[in-house]
Write a protein that binds this ligand. Structure first.
Ligand SMILES: C[S@@+](CC[C@H](N)C(=O)[O-])C[C@H]1O[C@@H](n2cnc3c(N)ncnc32)[C@H](O)[C@@H]1O
Length: 209
């Protein structure tokens, strides 16, 4: 799989954004309490590992095993003024620290080749990435195969944003049979007059076998 770079904005969205799109706007304290003891990955995490107001950091501070995965992660990472500006536009502070606490859990990897063992992850989040491949069944197959491999049975994948999943008619047999190994729900998310939350869906896939 190629790294997607077309017009990519690598932001560092704040926890307040993740609360809305992934956790039904529950309070930070209840989200963190529910995640205690779990292993989570954020695929295509952008600069969140370097931002003090991110979910990555809140989990690190709260003793939760949360990994940020993105091919932009590198040892001597530097940030441009535009990275800060885009992050501020998405509600984040836009202040990055390359030596932020917990950055050892920021990993350079691709969505279809993750450095984790079989059946070891509880939750996968991915924000503003997977929609890129929604019409590319081979790419989706690679990604879902990898997600299925690393997830525990009962573990889940949460993807935002995506169109109505019921409107897709996948043709690839392998993909269709893999998707049957997940139970699926979707939640419509929309805030009028707020460009950060366009009318779209969060999808949750729970591994059933
Ligand atoms: C549109 S940005 C979204 C960043 C952030 N999650 C957000 O919500 O603003 C997509 C991110 O995915 C990363 N990315 C691109 N191709 C990838 C791949 N194959 N696997 C994992 N991450 C990838 C990019 O480097 C970029 O940071």
């Amino acid at each position: 799989m190629a790294r997607y770079t077309g017009g990519v904005i690598n932001t560092g969205r704040p926890f307040s954004y993740y609360r809305k799109v992934f956790f039904n706007n529950h309070s930070k304290s209840s989200i963190l309490a529910n995640l205690q003891g779990k292993k989570l990955l954020d695929i295509g995490c952008g600069y969140t590992p370097y931002s003090a107001d991110s979910m990555f950091r809140a989990c690190f501070d709260g003793g939760i095993e949360f990994y940020g995965i993105d091919p932009i992660i590198e040892e001597n990472i530097t940030f441009k003024a535009r990275d800060s500006i885009f992050t501020r536009l998405t509600g984040g502070s836009g202040r990055f620290d390359s030596n932020a606490p917990g950055v050892e859990r920021a990993i350079s990897a691709m969505a279809d080749d993750l450095p984790f063992g079989d059946n070891e992850v509880d939750t996968i989040l991915s924000c503003w990435l997977i929609f890129i491949w929604i019409n590319k069944e081979q790419e989706l197959l690679k990604i879902f195969t990898e997600f299925h491999r690393i997830l525990k049975v009962g573990g889940n994948i949460n993807l935002y944003p995506l169109p109505d999943w019921n409107s897709f008619r996948f043709k690839n047999r392998e993909l269709k049979s893999l998707l049957n190994k997940f139970d699926f729900t979707q939640q419509f998310i929309f805030e009028p007059f707020n460009f950060q939350y366009p009318p779209t869906n969060r999808l949750t896939f729970t591994k059933n076998c």
